[in-house]
Design a protein around this ligand. Structure first.
Ligand SMILES: [Zn+2]
Length: 77
């Protein structure tokens, strides 16, 4: 069994999939948070990162990570 260090909470976890970067609890949270951001952006396509932050209450750090990972695109300034 392969073990990894979660890139979110930095704890050891057992990898279920090869190349898995986060533990399962962080993964679940990430899926839910990502869905919330994506839903918000689909209704507010010109939202800024601050708008997303205030409306979804998702940590700024997480939002910035989504942008870095290319998972969301912020059009608004
Ligand atoms: Zn974790």
């Amino acid at each position: 069994m392969e073990r990894g260090i979660c890139k979110i909470c930095e704890k050891f976890f057992i990898m279920i999939q090869k190349g898995q970067e986060m533990c399962n609890s962080c993964y679940e949270q990430d899926v839910n948070q990502y869905r919330a951001v994506r839903d918000y952006l689909s209704e507010n396509s010109h939202a800024t990162i601050m708008d997303i932050y205030f409306n979804t209450k998702i940590p700024m750090k997480t939002l910035k990570r989504y942008i870095e990972e290319g998972r969301i695109r912020i059009i608004g300034k």
